[in-house]
Design a protein around this ligand. Structure first.
Ligand SMILES: [Mg+2]
Length: 363
């Protein structure tokens, strides 16, 4: 079996207009999809992190695709190594790893389809039949608005909620509105100095948070994060902006976090995230991948988590799309995503939707 083409599909799709948890002003979103085509008739579906889509498209078309044409797509580690080594002078992180990740996920989809097995079987087998999820809420201007959306998420079946608020009154309002039995996390998305983050952690402590995510503005300040983790009454989480097992080696071996959060379509793909899960296991840390996707990104995250016993949650964007572009769409039911049983990732693209919403870039 050989690769005969690598297609990139940059999309811009509307969100559902009346979704009950819509945040003001957000009416559409970008998605970048990949199809790896083979001469056997099997194709693989992948997804690239959504930011900087024109750059990712050009990189795949002009740099990565020529490395892959004519190669056996089932040699995933070998092809990953080739893409990484031939791009390291300008890569090793960021957009280059986003593009490699999107292709790598498609290669696993091909391997699963060619083997007749779901990807989680290839990763070691399912450790459960469904994965718990949490609603990753957007950021709201008023505590009352955040509390109302959190209540709506609970009504929709979510049993865990993550906030992107940066103020104590919002967390207090949400906790009062949802009660003590719903798990609650807070994501600062890189906001504070270590000392301010420690003060916030103490002020947030009464609200029983599962974790405080990316508290520090300086993303590479592992020493600062370790300083904070040693003192914080709230567990510290990070990892969605780390790349490759080498990046996670720093985060984990310096004992800078309690919860490790790789992103499958940023960090390097399923192979990298499996290695990161092994690192997390060796340091007895929690594992809860970042995921804010509707396409193969969420499918790959589900397969990874099913095969990783210490995986805690899958992150879900609670806003609905107007049209799903992946079949079947992966939306949670009663706070869980069920294990698919079809070969590969168990999904395919809805090509008429892709064609209708395709963006074009000049490379
Ligand atoms: Mg985050």
């Amino acid at each position: 079996m050989n690769i005969i083409d690598v297609e990139v599909w940059p999309l811009h799709l509307p969100m559902a207009p009346h979704t009950p948890v819509t945040v003001g002003g957000e009416t559409s979103a970008a998605h970048t999809l990949v199809r790896v085509m083979t001469d056997s008739g099997i194709h693989g579906c992948g997804e690239v992190f959504r930011l900087a889509p024109a750059g990712a498209c050009a990189l795949i078309e002009h740099e990565l695709k020529p490395m892959l044409l004519g190669q056996d797509p089932r040699q995933i580690e070998l092809l990953w190594d080739r893409m990484y080594r031939q791009s390291f002078r300008y890569g090793r992180a960021g957009i280059v790893l986003h593009a490699i990740s999107g292709i790598e996920v498609a290669l696993w989809d091909i391997l699963g389809k060619a083997s007749g097995l779901p990807v989680y079987q290839l990763l070691g087998g399912a450790s459960r039949v469904r994965m718990p999820v949490y609603a990753s809420m957007h950021k709201y201007a008023e505590p009352a608005h955040a509390a109302a959306v959190a209540v709506r998420c609970v009504e929709l079946g979510y049993r865990a909620i993550k906030l992107h608020q940066r103020d104590v009154p919002s967390v207090a309002a949400v906790r009062a509105a949802i009660g003590p039995d719903i798990a609650l996390m807070l994501d600062a998305s890189g906001a504070w100095s270590p000392r301010v983050a420690l003060r916030m952690a103490h002020e947030l402590s009464p609200f029983n948070l599962e974790w405080l995510e990316e508290p520090l503005a300086a993303m590479d300040d592992y020493d600062g994060l370790r300083w904070l983790r040693d003192r914080s009454p709230v567990p510290i989480a990070a990892g969605e902006n780390e790349y490759t097992s080498a990046g996670f080696r720093e985060l984990i071996s310096r004992r800078a976090v309690d919860v490790v959060q790789p992103d499958v379509i940023k960090a390097g793909g399923l192979s990298v995230c499996r290695k990161v899960a092994a690192l997390a296991e060796s340091f007895d840390l929690d594992f809860s991948p970042h995921c804010f996707y509707y396409g193969p990104g969420i499918a790959a995250t589900l397969h990874l988590c099913l095969a990783t016993p210490r995986a805690r949650y899958i992150e879900i964007n609670p806003l609905d799309l107007e049209h799903e572009f992946m079949l079947p769409g992966m939306r949670p039911v009663d706070g869980y995503l069920a294990a698919p049983d079809a070969p590969g990732l168990g999904i395919d693209f809805d090509l008429p939707v892709l064609r209708e919403h395709r963006r074009s870039f000049t490379c």
